[in-house]
Design a protein around this ligand. Structure first.
Ligand SMILES: Cc1cc2nc3c(=O)[nH]c(=O)nc-3n(C[C@H](O)[C@H](O)[C@H](O)COP(=O)(O)OP(=O)(O)OC[C@H]3O[C@@H](n4cnc5c(N)ncnc54)[C@H](O)[C@@H]3O)c2cc1C
Length: 511
């Protein structure tokens, strides 16, 4: 036991349950400073957006309430992380910092390096504890899923009974949601953040909404309800992935015969996605360069020099002239969420038909998604753009998607009101109407909707040809093999995945 002040640095782990750093700091016995640092430089980055801050703001309020209940409220500080931590060391003599390992992007990695440097200069000890099933300094992917599954099966870390306060530590005020630091004005809604919303969403999904999860997973409208909607909660850490994995396991044990039919397959598919989540985050941990570089170097420089700003703006604003693409983008802009298939289709359309570089479209989507999670985001962008070298090229046909997922155009008419008057026959391809006339700005007369900016068939054909030509190049396969070896999944290993057992029911009383 010592009076050494323990700092617990919260980052993308805004909860007190299953929070090993908080638990470890509290066990030490001395005063604790639970700290959240608002880093103005971070909010200037091209992937950061006010929408994320809205979510975080809600979460910090819940976190503060929970910590206050333990005896020490959350301390907010505004500034550069290494400066803030150094000042706390000088003011309170704190010698120990506890945090989760963060697998973010280059900016957060560089920030963490600066913090490590400050710690070694000042004699402060920084303990970083693994999270998200990610293994730091992983030697080989071969055994990864075994380690990940073992971590998911570990006992949930219970919250501390109490914290010894550090009364002399004065916080900065929590910046308002409207603070200019967080960039452009918020358009549309933001999913409610915080632990309370996260636990409620988890409970409603496991108990009710997952009943028809797979059935509606790709439906643009119904997926909003039947998907778990846990992505933002997981991305900002109001739930740990282990809590979710174990809650699924527990729910499965509770299913009666009648429920089994409806839920078991859905929960199993959901569990696989939780594993993908860890798998993708492990990729960026192993190779941080995938934020900025194509996984397969042969694709480097492919699209970037052909950037067409008018196409990019049309795509971002939902004005490409393709009703389903535009409906999805407008829906996403307002809601901050859209289901997987529609994300993939939006990126595919941008990358193939509009020949836009994934780094440019990726920043836009990062800002729009409430659930921006670097590990998943950059890998998926690269996959849907055909630049990994290890995945099959997948070009979505926007008309086929439209007919399959919005057969009567309900979703299109909701989000593209200019087309409300168009009949079902032409709702997916309004340019096919014989009576269509365009004004001198290329707009369909009377409807204010733009003419399509490209022909999706010829533009896709040209794009596929360019990608195929690269894939035929000398050494392409050899390099692809090494990409696969470094970042690819090991299906045979995951197939042997053990079922997660719930070790201790009392730790899982989330609801
Ligand atoms: C281009 C592109 C970018 C994406 N960017 C992000 C991102 O920044 N953040 C993010 O959380 N997801 C991202 N995804 C993956 C996926 O679309 C979302 O995780 C999912 O739609 C979130 O909704 P949900 O929580 O209801 O998902 P559910 O279907 O309920 O899935 C449960 C959880 O599993 C994980 N998950 C689901 N699908 C995937 C997947 N394909 N790969 C890895 N993990 C998955 C997520 O954590 C999700 O919350 C992206 C997909 C694409 C195609």
């Amino acid at each position: 036991m010592t009076e050494d002040v323990q700092i617990v640095w919260f980052k993308r782990d805004l909860r007190i349950n299953d929070h090993a750093p908080l638990r470890a700091a509290s066990r030490h016995g001395g005063p604790v400073i639970p700290l959240y640092i608002v880093e103005p430089d971070y909010w200037q980055q091209p992937f950061a957006a006010r929408r994320h801050w809205h979510y975080i703001h809600d979460s910090l309020i819940d976190l503060n309430t929970a910590l206050t209940g333990l005896g020490q409220p959350l301390v907010i500080k505004i500034g550069q992380a290494s400066d803030v931590l150094k000042q706390l060391h000088a003011a309170h003599g704190s010698q120990t910092i506890w945090a989760h390992e963060e697998t973010g992007n280059q900016w957060t990695y560089d920030r963490d390096i600066a913090v490590h440097k400050m710690c070694s200069e000042t004699g402060v000890t920084l303990h970083e504890i693994p999270t998200n099933g990610v293994v730091r300094r992983l030697k080989s992917r071969d055994n990864w899923s075994v380690i990940r599954n073992a971590r998911m099966a570990e006992r949930i870390v219970s919250k501390p009974a109490a914290l010894t306060p550090t009364p002399a530590c004065k916080p900065d005020p929590l910046p308002d949601k409207a603070d200019p630091m967080f960039g452009d004005k918020q358009i549309g809604h933001v999913q409610k953040g915080g632990r309370n919303a996260a636990v409620a969403d988890l409970a409603s999904f496991l108990n009710h909404r997952s009943r028809a999860y797979l059935y509606h997973i790709s439906a643009p409208e119904l997926s909003e309800f039947h998907c778990s909607r846990l992505s933002a909660h997981l991305a900002w850490g109001t739930l740990s992935v282990r809590e979710v994995v174990q809650s699924v396991a527990k729910r499965r044990t509770q299913l009666g015969e009648g429920d089994k039919k409806q839920f078991a397959r859905n929960l199993s598919a959901f569990g696989s996605r939780l594993a993908w989540r860890c798998h993708f985050i492990q990729k960026i941990e192993d190779q941080p360069k995938i934020e900025t570089h194509c996984m397969h170097p042969a694709f480097e420089g492919l699209r970037v020099n052909d950037h067409n700003e008018a196409y990019f703006q049309a795509w971002c604003s939902g004005n490409t002239g393709y009703p389903f693409i535009d409906a999805c983008m407008r829906n996403l802009t307002v809601e901050g969420w859209i289901t997987f298939r529609m994300r993939a289709m939006l990126v595919s359309f941008a990358s193939y038909q509009l020949w836009l570089d994934w780094r440019i479209t990726g920043h836009h989507l990062a800002r729009v998604f409430t659930d921006y999670e670097p590990g998943i985001h950059y890998s998926q962008l690269q996959m849907q753009s055909g630049v990994t070298g290890i995945n099959a090229m997948r070009v979505y046909n926007p008309i086929k998607q439209s007919i399959e997922h919005d057969p009567t155009g309900v979703f299109i008419r909701k989000w593209v009101p200019e087309l409300r008057g168009v009949s079902d026959e032409f709702i997916h391809q309004p340019w096919k109407r014989k009576e269509t006339l365009f004004d001198d700005k290329g707009r369909i007369l009377g409807e204010g909707y733009p003419a399509r900016i490209v022909d999706h068939v010829t533009s896709a054909r040209e794009a596929k040809q360019k990608i195929s030509d690269i894939r035929k190049g000398a050494d392409f396969r050899k390099t692809a093999k090494s990409v696969l070896n470094k970042l690819g999944s090991r299906k045979t290993v995951s197939a042997r995945r053990k079922k997660v057992k719930v070790e201790d029911d009392s730790q899982l009383s989330l609801f």
